[in-house]
Design a protein around this ligand. Structure first.
Ligand code: ADP
Length: 484
């Protein structure tokens, strides 16, 4: 499954809609193109997924057998890791080493959820009902069954194509659902390799179907489809809201992993040698195109100047470049559209009097590269402070005490991730309780484990992924009551 194979293969996929170009964000040249699958393909995919689900070919398979297949998927992810990394790095522009580093974790994610295949069970309750509608008293034996939702649509963004796809598929497969995965139109290439891997591992036909198309066509049709029981979406809050509206037709359940405007609090007593580079890469990594990126840094006044200086130094010295450029730690933005959007926020800030300590411009070379940007003197009402930019842009503001830090940290409609840097552990844990955020990291950033649930507070999401909560996302509960 070479790069050339995937570039050719995507051209051959059937489609009835528009031709979609795939652009290399490093050269701004077209890599290949494909045809939008169109709405009819969504109908077909739903019918196939439903047939697979209803036949019981996957959900009815013994859990231990499903687990074995999922382990084979994990082994194949390792076997094809270099191909997957090469394809994802070419398609997104991320450094090859970073794309490679994600692969072992994707394999382990499959092994983690393989373990859950044999552990899906409900609860039993012996209860004495008193005073029901008939006034009867009854001894009841009751139990709950955990059952897969059925057909799930999984719509994912372009910022981590392989990692996010596996993160959606593994728990749904462990639960026994049939998945229809729609990668982003910018980055559909690695999804074709995923399809191959699943078939090679022995996943039955119809359990996972990949649809390649635009969001407003294939994605919207999937979100509105009456034959889809649940939608799991990762992407912008704006599109998440559209999906919620589309889902109302059949009241399908919705899981949303949305945007963030994550605060990072750096205290006077923090280990600044670690905190400064981590906070810098916590926003600049992947050119800020990560929902958990710490895009608002708050610094206690005593070390404010030192931290701004340190962040600026990282911004000015970190190397930007294409996937295979020696020493490049950060790639470009994904597209011209994203470049225009990011520069729009920066230019608006400049006009409003924000101080650009460093950056604020695209690089003088081909590719959608933006110089890592540090902004101060920012008004908290500004769009660039309130909205997710999804670029290498950070605002830095000073604070005096916990109350002020918490007020500013909680001051957006998002609540995805937050970080505290301090050597005072008591304060760190007190702040963890006060921050309105689905994840709080203390003295670390960009950390993750499959066993730990991820979800958004406020407008950062609905529901949870990863860990036990991740498989429960794809299970519904049935209660069975028996009169003894
Ligand atoms: P953008 O591309 O503007 O950044 P997102 O990152 O939110 O938007 O897109 C994430 C995913 O959602 C992509 O797969 C995209 O194709 C899809 N998408 C976009 N618009 C819709 C929509 N109206 N309905 C369903 N999916 C959509």
């Amino acid at each position: 499954m070479t790069l050339q194979w995937v570039l050719d293969e995507i051209r051959k996929r059937p489609g009835t809609g528009e031709v979609v170009p795939i652009i290399d964000p490093v050269t701004e040249e077209q890599l290949t193109e494909f045809t939008d699958c169109g709405a009819a393909a969504v109908d077909e995919a739903v019918a196939r997924a439903r047939a697979a689900f209803d036949s019981g070919v996957w959900r009815g398979m013994p859990g231990s057998e499903r687990a074995r297949i999922m382990w084979r998927v994990a082994d194949l992810i390792e076997q094809y890791a270099d191909d997957l990394a090469e394809i994802d790095s070419l398609n997104t522009g991320m450094p090859l080493a970073q794309a490679r580093a994600i692969m072992p974790s994707s394999a382990e994610l499959f092994r983690y959820y393989a373990g859950w295949c044999t552990k899906v069970d409900g609860d039993a309750h012996d209860v004495q009902m008193t005073g029901g509608i008939s006034g009867a008293h009854a001894d009841l034996h009751t139990y709950t069954l955990k059952e897969p939702y059925g057909v799930v649509g999984q719509i994912i963004p372009w910022n981590g194509p392989v990692f996010i796809a596996w993160g959606k598929l593994a728990p749904a497969m462990a639960a026994g659902c049939s998945s229809i995965l729609k990668p982003a139109e910018e980055t559909p290439l690695s999804a074709l390799v995923l399809e191959k891997i699943l078939a090679e591992a022995g996943v039955p036909e119809g359990v996972v179907t990949v649809l390649t198309g635009y969001g407003h066509t294939a994605g919207a049709a999937l979100a509105a489809h009456p034959g889809v029981d649940k939608i799991a979406f990762t992407g912008s809050t704006e599109v998440g809201k559209q999906i919620v509206h589309a889902a109302t037709g059949n009241l399908k359940k919705v899981l949303l992993e949305l945007g963030g405007k994550s605060p990072v609090l750096i205290y006077d007593d923090a280990d600044l040698k670690t905190a400064i580079p981590m906070a810098a890469m916590g926003i600049f990594v992947h050119s800020g195109q990560g929902c958990i990126c710490g895009s608002r840094i708050f610094v206690q006044r005593g070390v404010y100047d030192r931290v701004v200086e340190g962040l600026t130094k990282v911004a000015d010295t970190v190397k930007l470049g294409g996937p295979k450029e020696e020493g490049a730690a950060i790639g470009p933005l994904i597209s011209q559209k994203q470049l225009t959007r990011v520069m729009g926020f920066i230019d608006e800030g400049k006009e409003a009097g924000v101080e650009v300590v460093t950056g604020g411009h695209r690089l003088d070379r081909r590719g959608y590269f933006v110089h890592p940007t540090v902004l101060t003197n920012v008004d908290r009402g500004m769009r660039l402070y309130q909205q997710e930019i999804f670029g290498p842009v950070v605002t830095v503001l000073p604070f005096d005490d916990d109350d002020e830090a918490v007020t500013m940290a909680n001051d957006t409609t998002y609540g995805l991730a937050a970080t505290v840097w301090t050597t005072n552990l008591g304060r760190a844990h007190r702040l963890a309780k006060r921050l309105e955020s689905g994840t709080v990291t203390l003295n670390c950033q960009l950390v993750f484990d499959h066993a730990v649930p991820v979800g958004g507070y406020k407008q950062s999401g609905w529901g949870y992924e990863y860990g036990r909560a991740g498989i429960e996302t794809y299970l519904q509960t049935k209660s069975v009551l028996t009169q003894l």
